[in-house]
Design a protein around this ligand. Structure first.
Ligand code: FES
Length: 71
């Protein structure tokens, strides 16, 4: 996944910004919306945010160290 790709065009939020919030402790799409404003405009990107959240949860279940090494 290209980390600099815009996920939310309305609010100019990238995949990297979403991942940073997940690594900082956000656990749900609602929290991503709250902390980044992604998905709070037209709503078209909410499914993609859901997918990123689920992918991140799957990755960290496989390797819990992923949550620790982020800076
Ligand atoms: S593209 Fe994200 S709210 Fe419109």
């Amino acid at each position: 996944m290209n980390q600099k790709r815009l996920v939310c065009l309305c609010n100019h939020v990238t995949a990297l910004e979403i991942k940073k919030k997940l690594r900082a402790g956000a656990l749900t799409t609602s929290e991503i919306q709250k902390f980044t404003t992604a998905g709070t405009g037209c709503g078209r990107c909410v499914r993609e945010i859901d997918a990123i959240v689920e992918m991140y949860k799957t990755e960290t279940l496989k390797d819990p160290q992923l949550r620790i090494i982020f800076k």
